[in-house]
Design a protein around this ligand. Structure first.
Ligand code: ZN
Length: 219
């Protein structure tokens, strides 16, 4: 694996690449677009470190397993090992913020959900988590009031406002840490807003957050 966590200026972050703990249905409008009910507690799943690849300059999608959807999400880089942490202690454990694509083989996921089977083959495959460089927390600003967006071939597909999260970032990390120890170098994906749709080879994507633009191409 050639992926290493990086800062915006391309310098390497001195943290290992760990797992990605992800939340499903953290934006009510997205739960609704897929015909899902809004859950009482966060729905968690994990993508392994082997699913993480650089977002730019390009990434690939499986071509033989049905539709592959983009889910644009705020990614939080964990800077120190935390377990059963309180909300007040979360900010000190965050090393940076970036954007991730939670790539999802939607046809396969729908089939697995219908059969009551786990989702991993639809969400945890090699390359299923393209990840941007990270922005330091002081530069990122207030993660409770952050806008982010995805355009595909010049057309806006997704726009998220973190104030619409059902479980906000610090509370989400607190909840996750009751169940899974988060280690330095792990990331947390905080859920996708509405507008998920299939990707195709050749699509040109621009992901943006706090004045930063990450351009990439599907190959
Ligand atoms: Zn997602």
């Amino acid at each position: 694996m050639s992926y290493q966590h990086q800062w915006l200026d391309g310098s390497q972050i001195n943290l290992p690449v760990g797992k990605a703990v992800c939340v499903g249905r953290n934006y009510a409008a997205h739960a609704k677009e897929l015909g899902n009910v809004v859950p009482d507690a966060p729905i968690l799943f994990i993508k392994p470190s082997t699913s993480i690849v650089p977002l730019s300059p390009s990434f690939s999608i499986p071509s033989d397993r049905g539709s592959c959807h983009h889910e644009t999400e705020i990614a939080v880089l964990i800077g120190q090992t935390i377990s059963k942490i309180s909300v007040e202690d979360v900010p000190a454990a965050i090393a940076g913020y970036g954007l991730a694509l939670d790539l999802t083989l939607r046809d396969l996921q729908n089939q697995l959900k219908k059969q009551g089977y786990p989702w991993e083959v639809a969400k945890a495959f090699d390359g299923a988590c393209p990840l941007s460089p990270f922005i330091k927390p002081e530069q990122f600003g207030d993660v409770y009031h952050t806008e982010f967006a995805l355009t595909v071939n010049g057309e806006q597909r997704q726009r998220g406002l973190t104030e619409d999260m059902i479980t906000p970032v610090y509370e989400l990390i607190t909840y996750i840490s009751q169940i899974f120890t988060l280690e330095a170098g792990d990331i947390v994906l905080t859920g996708t807003p509405e507008g998920v749709a299939p990707l195709a080879a050749g699509d040109k994507l621009v992901l943006s957050v706090v004045g930063q633009r990450f351009e990439t191409v599907v190959v």
